[in-house]
Design a protein around this ligand. Structure first.
Ligand code: GDP
Ligand code: MG
Length: 164
């Protein structure tokens, strides 16, 4: 079986946009309309001659912070159980949130390889100062990515493949 890379994180950080960029197709719905949506989407993804299975996690649209948090815990738990590498996606624009911290510590305790992605770094060149805050999550070097433009996605995949 192919190694599995699971993408987890808060609603709206850009998980589905990243997933679509990595697989090169628009398979996952970006910014789902409210209501129940498919809660995981799989696609093979090839990088430097190796194939993996990418998993986008989504689920139910946020109704309240409690729902978001319980959904994130569930996503993270499933990823811990089934993935070989977990990509935690965060958002430069919102900075580190309490939910990010909660999920980061769950992932850290699991001992699974985790790659931290700071998404929406749309500018090229030096990373913006807000980027450094993400070191506080304790997951090592955050990888700056723009899922819309595609910047940094190669570095992100390289970081994932270090664990495969
Ligand atoms: P998800 O809920 O985590 O799956 O997030 P989505 O992929 O649905 O994206 C949420 C919103 O963020 C959408 O409006 C995307 O277009 C936007 N978005 C995603 N990635 C980026 C990015 O790299 N830069 C910018 N500027 N917007 C992004
Ligand atoms: Mg999504």
């Amino acid at each position: 079986a192919k190694p599995i890379i699971a993408i987890v994180g808060r609603p709206n950080v850009g998980k589905s946009t990243l997933f679509n960029k990595l697989v090169g197709q628009r398979l996952s719905i970006v910014k789902d309309t409210p209501g129940v949506t498919r809660d995981r989407i799989y696609s093979p993804c090839e990088w430097r001659g190796k194939e993996v299975m990418l998993v986008d996690t989504g689920g139910i649209e946020p109704y309240s912070n409690d729902v978001i948090l319980s959904q994130m815990r569930r996503q993270a738990q499933l990823a811990i159980e089934s993935a070989d590498v977990i990509v935690l996606v965060t958002d430069l624009r919102t900075g580190v949130t309490a939910n990010d911290q909660e999920v980061a510590s769950m992932l850290l305790k699991s001992g699974k390889p985790v790659v931290l992605c700071v998404n929406k770094v749309d500018t090229i060149g030096d990373v913006p100062p807000e980027y450094y805050e993400f070191y506080n999550l304790g997951l090592g070097d955050p990888i700056p990515v723009s899922s819309v433009h595609g910047h940094g996605t190669g570095d992100l995949l390289d970081a994932c493949f270090e664990h495969i």
